[in-house]
Design a protein around this ligand. Structure first.
Ligand SMILES: [Zn+2]
Length: 238
């Protein structure tokens, strides 16, 4: 079910990539909660891949800040602290201000159409009250923008920091309507259309700041269902 792209250097085989994507999505949606153990053997059995491929997927997720690999090499879902949250949002604002500048400089009607199509999908998900899809599409809006900046490294770092902040929002965030985010996305596209790089940059900065403010409310992560049960909602065992 996932359509999250894998950055270069990610798990290489298709099934390894499936394991990576399914775990990434389950962590970002908070279905797998911080501290949950991710045993290589169980994951290998579930996804029908070797432990080597599982290890590669976990190593990639650890690089992205979504998984912690302990001293005994056992992996758990990362538990970001408030300080991690502050750092991640600070970096995300800096990167996305630059994205807005670059996209404004390369603007054309095709980019506008692609962003408006995406926003329409966000609106549908929000109107239907599909919170999980709403959150995912909201995050993907920022990846799409970063795609348009024409800098593959910048895109890669945005992809990563969006993953980190989405985990943080899932852990600490209160459920809140996506309507505010949607309005801010629309304002951003309007500024890009006007070719106003400075305004676009300020709007995205303020948007990410308010996402952070709206969300960080210190909810205590609680334990959920078992690993296999949760993962079965993300991909079929092979
Ligand atoms: Zn947004």
């Amino acid at each position: 079910m996932t359509d999250v792209e894998i950055p270069e250097g990610g798990a290489r085989s298709n099934r390894g990539a499936t394991a990576y994507s399914a775990l990434r999505e389950a962590i970002m949606e908070n279905a797998l909660k911080p501290g949950v153990k991710l045993p290589e053997e169980d994951l290998g059995t579930h996804f029908g891949v070797s432990r080597t491929l599982v290890r590669a997927a976990l190593a990639q997720l650890a690089l992205e800040g979504l998984v912690d690999i302990g001293k005994t090499k056992s992996a758990t879902v990362a538990r970001p602290t408030k300080a991690d949250a502050r750092e991640a949002f600070e970096l995300r604002r800096a990167l996305e201000r630059e994205v807005a500048h670059l996209v404004a400089g390369r603007w054309n009607a095709d980019l506008g159409r692609a962003l408006e199509t995406h926003i329409a999908a966000e609106r549908t998900a929000s109107d239907q009250g599909n919170h999980k899809l709403s959150v995912r599409l909201g995050a993907e809006f920022h990846i799409l923008l970063a795609d348009m900046a024409g800098n593959s490294l910048l895109r890669r770092y945005v992809f990563e920091v969006v993953g980190r902040t989405t985990l943080i929002l899932a852990v600490y965030g209160q459920a809140h309507p996506q309507q505010d985010s949607l309005d801010e996305h629309i304002k951003l596209v309007e500024a890009l259309k006007r070719g106003d790089a400075a305004d676009a940059s300020e709007i995205v900065d303020a948007h990410i700041r308010s996402v952070e403010d709206r969300a960080l409310s210190d909810l205590d992560p609680t334990d959920g269902a078992g690993l296999a049960e949760i993962l079965s909602r993300y991909s079929r065992p092979i």
